[in-house]
Design a protein around this ligand. Structure first.
Ligand code: URP
Ligand code: ZN
Ligand code: ZN
Length: 527
């Protein structure tokens, strides 16, 4: 990854700034530029600064991509850009744990690449995402290299998860290489997509064991792929070939079954598990049960599953119906609200998008057969706004909860906190200013994705990201994007996040509980 040396540079710089910044004294602190190279200096004044566990009225001073100070009444010289945040919330930029940019899938490639997807993200207040690398013919390193090329035009920070699609010694070896040398700390196993990405239980077990030994987080797409295949055949036999057949062929029970199975296998191996795109009450209930019993399971709902329901799939207009095709499917009314409740009570922990966009021409590949409609919906630009409007706006969650589920928890799970996911001195300057009184309307005519459709078309809401700062640069202001291809950095994510704390002890407890092997004295019958 060409830009990786910058990571250590920024960390060193952060330390330097913290040590050389004028000391804090009295009620006001002066930051000035004497003797420094020209740099990006920003002061955000008068806003409510929100972190996951605290909010306060404070100013935020940024220099060279790093947050240098968070405190009231910071004074600066004329050379500093001052943003007035009075009456607004100043929060960590969103981190989307689940995207697919420039992904080859179902005979085509997602319409958003790293540049267009990230530009859309920045316009919506997301400043980092974690994308899924798909191996090349099962080869992890080849897949990683392909994604290094795809992401060369990045305009914001990003990390990678790696999918595992086959198993052999080479895969096992490459997992170690990716964790130790390339900053990958999570691997995804697809229990669906039979015939392409799907893995069987024996492979999942090998993968779980390997993840555990490397301190990497195992992730699952939890649907029973064999049963989905059967459900699809059933629909075609019934003459149901349109987008509604997609939802009917893979009902919640198949998501519940696979979620339960993956959770039980992770428990058997005693390793943490992350369930991606939790779309149904059935899957959520399995996660709730496991967490209640003390198992380390993370549940990630996605914005489409929280906000939408499946009635669109029955729309007589194919272009409308097909844009809602994703897997697991968007569920009937009721599931979304239950998932929101689970998110607000801590049963589910963070929100992703599964941004995987195909335009209407690409979706029409499945006009005669829903099985050929490329699976995926948009959300990178809309996630922050929709979660704010739906959940903070309705009083379901607090503003601090909003920061936790859209940013901080993701940074913690993937072991990059507090570099990301926080507004504190020393953190990366990925910051948004949200005006709670400003309104918006979502439309494919004005969004920044390359897709000609939007699953949230016409939706209005309140609470708008007016400014996005990424890596210390103002990239979104006055409805205008100022993004530079190649300016985004690859963020290495170290293994052994907090989810692995205590695993060694519980393994030791398990071994000492076995009371085996039993020492037996040979009896007459055995001699
Ligand atoms: O429909 C979806 N979710 N498309 C992206 C691939 C995946 O399963 O995450
Ligand atoms: Zn998936
Ligand atoms: Zn996905």
């Amino acid at each position: 990854m060409a830009l990786r040396p910058l990571d250590s540079f920024f960390l060193a710089l952060s330390l330097f700034l913290l040590l050389t910044s004028p000391s804090v004294s009295g009620s006001a602190t002066q930051f000035c530029s004497a003797g420094r190279e020209p740099s990006t200096r920003i002061l955000i004044k008068g806003g409510t600064v929100v972190n996951a566990h605290h909010q306060e009225l404070a100013d935020v001073y940024v220099e060279d991509g790093i947050i240098v100070a968070v405190q009231p009444n910071i004074k600066v010289g004329d050379e500093v850009t001052v943003l007035d945040a009075t009456g607004k919330f100043v929060m960590p930029g969103g981190i989307d744990p689940h995207t697919h940019l420039a992904m080859e899938f179902m005979g085509t490639e997602t319409i958003d690449d790293f540049f267009s997807g990230q530009a859309a993200a920045l316009a919506g207040g997301t400043t980092m995402h974690i994308d899924f690398v798909i191996p090349v013919n099962g080869n992890l390193v080849a897949g990683f290299e392909a994604y290094e090329n795809k992401s060369g035009n990045s305009c914001m920070d990003y990390g990678f998860h790696m999918a595992i699609t086959k198993w052999d010694e080479g895969v096992s070896r490459d997992m170690e290489k990716l964790v130790k040398e390339k900053g990958i700390n999570s691997f995804k196993f697809f229990l669906a997509y039979k015939g392409s990405l799907m893995v069987t239980d024996d492979l999942l077990l090998e993968g779980l064991k390997r993840c555990k030994s490397l301190g990497a987080l195992a992730m699952v797409h939890a649907e029973n792929g064999d049963a989905v295949f059967e459900g699809q055949k059933r629909m075609i036999e019934l003459g149901i070939t349109g987008p509604e057949g997609h939802a009917l062929s893979r009902p919640p029970v198949l998501e519940g079954e696979a979620t339960s199975r993956a959770i039980r296998l992770a428990r058997f191996v005693n390793t943490p598990l992350y369930v991606v795109h939790v779309m149904s009450v059935d899957a959520m209930d399995e996660i709730a049960k496991a967490r209640k019993s003390g198992q380390k399971v993370i549940g990630e709902p996605v914005v489409s599953g929280l906000i939408l329901d499946d009635h669109w799939l029955w729309d007589p207009d194919f272009t409308i119906a097909s844009k809602y095709v994703m897997s697991p499917p968007i569920r009937p009314l009721g599931h979304g609200k239950a998932l929101q409740d689970a998110l607000s009570t801590g049963i589910l922990q963070l929100v992703g998008t599964d941004h995987c966009t195909f335009n209407s021409t690409q979706k029409s590949l499945g006009y005669d057969d829903f099985r050929k409609i490329p699976n995926g919906v948009n959300g990178l630009e809309e996630r922050m706004h929709l979660i704010w409007d739906t959940m903070v706006g309705s009083g379901q969650i607090s503003v601090t909860d909003f920061v936790r589920i859209t940013s901080t928890e993701c940074a913690r799970i993937f072991n990059i906190y507090p570099r990301k996911g926080a507004i504190i001195a020393g953190s990366d300057a990925d910051i948004i200013i949200l005006n709670p009184n400003s309104s918006y309307e979502i439309s494919s005519k004005t969004h920044h994705s390359r897709s000609d459709t939007n699953v949230y078309e016409g939706r209005r809401g309140k609470g708008k990201v007016e400014v996005t700062i990424a890596g210390g640069r103002i990239v979104w202001e006055n409805e205008e994007l100022k993004v530079v291809p190649g300016s985004g950095k690859y963020i290495e994510m170290p293994p052994f996040s907090y989810l692995f704390d205590g695993i060694e002890k519980s393994d030791a407890n398990y071994l000492s509980s076995l009371r085996a092997p039993v020492k037996r004295v040979p009896s007459e019958a055995t001699t």
